[in-house]
Design a protein around this ligand. Structure first.
Ligand SMILES: Cc1cc2nc3c(=O)[nH]c(=O)nc-3n(C[C@H](O)[C@H](O)[C@H](O)COP(=O)(O)OP(=O)(O)OC[C@H]3O[C@@H](n4cnc5c(N)ncnc54)[C@H](O)[C@@H]3O)c2cc1C
Length: 442
């Protein structure tokens, strides 16, 4: 939709055709968990946020419930599951990502579910109504939100964690502990160092699990919310350059002429870290869609990777993650989950400094000359200032850097003072403000 919106701004009459395998019109996939737990009605998934393009204004031709089965880029044609062939002048591949298949005995039993799309959410809602005990696996943000959500539906939730902490290399041990304690207080039963080893069943339905820690848990629903993989198979079989996702140049063009790619399916070069990284973030997908659309309509606009961030509620605590907050990649991390950025885990030549007051927790990654990343749990008064300072690469005076590292004066106060003096002398780039404000509109 973002690409279509950008194309329409430059081209009022060209035909735009959107082919999608789902039966539904465009919806806000990132809100599926809110829908699942009854916080929003299904209709809200379809209403674009205030600052988003309204699909009906774009005069699109929509071909729903059809899968694109092959791409012949030399001929500028795609083939649909019906055998119909469509020709194009420019093509955008925005095929997203999907959950990796669970690879344990019993994974094909019914009531073993995942949450990638609206149909999955509807199935999960029906199954949750009849269930009492659910086993959930996955250590990412969406797994954690699902654990909370399923608990709020009065299910007994057994949450399997592959280690003893959450979002390793994004959150530190203390941050993970704050959230795990709150989950336990909600009545969620956490099983550290446990993965699904086998799903047992009766009459074709899941009735229990065996974990890698040797525990047996009786349940009537198993939900897997682990890693997701870019859906690059269409591009791969057409011979486009791919790695984990589709590789694109700075204009989001693939290795094939007139074929662009955007969103979760792409693996984008991050100049800050010198490697191609994956994101499964709504705002990143939208920004890429806009740039791809501009280039498809004939502009020459390089993609400027926005600062990766997420603002969400984890175990009832407001949480913001901005930029690089980790300590490098980790062999135990087996990929990305929904609503995450690999940027968060990159090793930066930087000091983590913290300021904790009760459940309010601030951690800032202090680089040589700039701030590089931040995690805020609870109090969010520094969230937007830090987003702007990190995104704009505000120069950090040596005295302030030393003060932050020493921590002899409140770090929160030092950062607020820095923000207030910095913004008097600088104008925050409008794109930075748009990105931030956009993310806050639900
Ligand atoms: C449960 C859940 C929670 C999330 N939470 C957050 C969050 O809190 N914050 C956040 O920033 N992001 C979140 N996300 C991620 C966010 O929704 C994605 O980053 C975003 O939707 C990516 O957009 P996209 O256009 O790249 O792909 P998608 O939205 O996945 O759209 C891709 C579409 O292409 C279709 N498709 C794929 N292959 C074909 C084919 N061959 N033929 C036809 N159609 C095809 C798919 O069916 C799908 O409809 C969440 C996602 C999920 C599922």
């Amino acid at each position: 939709m973002a690409a279509a919106g950008a194309i329409r701004q430059q081209d009022e009459s060209g035909e735009i055709v959107v082919v999608g395998e789902e039966a539904h019109p465009f919806y806000q996939r990132r809100k599926l968990i809110s829908f699942l737990v009854g916080e929003i009605p299904e209709a809200h998934l379809f209403s674009a946020a205030e600052n988003e393009v309204q699909p009906r204004q774009l005069h699109l031709r929509r071909i729903s419930h059809r899968r694109v089965t092959s791409l012949a880029w030399r001929e500028h044609e795609i083939e649909l599951s019906t055998g119909e062939r469509l020709s194009y002048d420019r093509l955008l591949l925005a095929t997203g990502a999907q959950s990796a298949r669970i690879d344990v005995p019993g994974a094909r039993l019914s009531r073993v579910l995942k949450l990638d799309n609206l149909n999955d959410a509807r199935t999960l809602i029906r199954a949750a109504k009849k269930a009492h005990v659910v086993v959930l696996e996955g250590g990412g943000i969406s797994a954690l939100q699902l654990a909370e959500g399923l608990r709020s539906l009065h299910l007994q939730v057994h949450y399997l964690l592959s280690e003893d902490r959450l979002l390793k290399n994004v959150l530190d041990r203390a941050e993970s502990q704050i959230i795990l304690q709150r989950l336990a207080a909600m009545g969620i039963c956490i099983h550290p160092y446990s993965r699904l080893a086998e799903i047992t069943g009766r009459g074709g339905h899941a009735t229990g699990v065996l974990t890698t820690a040797g525990e047996t848990i009786a349940c009537d629903l198993v939900v897997s919310a682990g890693r997701v993989l870019p859906r690059a198979e269409l591009a791969r079989s057409a011979g486009l350059f791919t790695n984990r996702g589709i590789l694109v140049d700075e204009n989001l063009q693939t290795s094939a002429e007139d074929v662009f790619a955007a969103g979760d399916v792409t693996e984008i070069y991050d100049p800050a870290f010198g490697k191609s990284l994956l994101d499964t973030l709504w705002w990143a997908a939208r920004a890429q869609g806009t740039t791809a659309g501009q280039n498809m309509a004939g502009q020459n606009t390089p993609y400027q990777k926005p600062l990766s961030f997420s603002h969400t509620v984890l175990a009832g605590l407001q949480a913001t993650i901005i930029g690089a907050t980790g300590r490098g990649t980790d062999a135990n991390l087996r990929g990305i989950t929904w609503g995450e950025s690999e940027t968060w885990r990159q090793l930066s030549n930087a000091f983590p400094v913290r300021d904790d007051q009760g459940d309010n927790h601030l951690r800032v990654t202090v680089g040589q000359k700039t701030l590089i990343g931040a995690v805020l749990l609870g109090d969010q008064s520094l969230a937007q200032p830090l987003y702007s300072l990190i995104s704009e690469q505000a120069f950090l005076p040596t005295a302030l850097r030393d003060r932050l590292i020493r921590g002899d004066i409140s770090r929160v106060r030092s950062l607020l003072e820095f923000w207030s003096s910095w913004k008097q002398q600088h104008t925050v780039h409008p794109a930075t403000t748009r990105m931030w404000v956009g993310s806050m509109i639900q």
